[in-house]
Design a protein around this ligand. Sequence first.
Ligand code: ZN
Ligand code: ZN
Length: 132
Amino acid sequence: MKEFRRLQIKLTPQRLAILNFLRGNKSHPSAEDIYKAVLKHYPTMSFATVYNTLEALKNKQRVKELKIDSGKKRYDPDTTKHHHILCIKCKKILDLHTDFKLDVPEELTHGFELLGNSIEFYGLCRKCRKRH
Ligand SMILES: [Zn+2]
Ligand SMILES: [Zn+2]
C-alpha cells in the first residue's frame, strides 16, 4: 500500500487491483490481458481505467512498455535492465537476464552518447517447437 502511495497517482480500488495484478507478474501482459484478469473481480472496471493506469505507471517509470510484440503493446512491471525473447507462435515473452557486452565503434553511433540497449530476440518456445 505504501509503495503505491509513493506513486503519487490517484488510487481507486480499480487502480489498486491493476497494481496488484501487475506486481511480480512475469507474463508481460497486454492491456487487454490485464483488463480481462481484473474484470473478474471488478465488474465495473473499464478498459479506459486500465489504459490510463498503465499510462500513469509508464510515466512514473513503474512499468515498461514493450514493443517486441508487433500485434499489441505489452507491459512489464520489472523495470530492471533485461532483454526479452518472444515466441512468434504463441506470443509468449520471457525475460533474458544477461548483459551483452556490445561494442559499437564511435563512428557508427551518429554522434550519440550511448546509454543502453534493449535487444529483442524471437523464436519458438519449447511448447511450440514440439508442435512445429
Ligand atoms: Zn510458443
Ligand atoms: Zn521482462
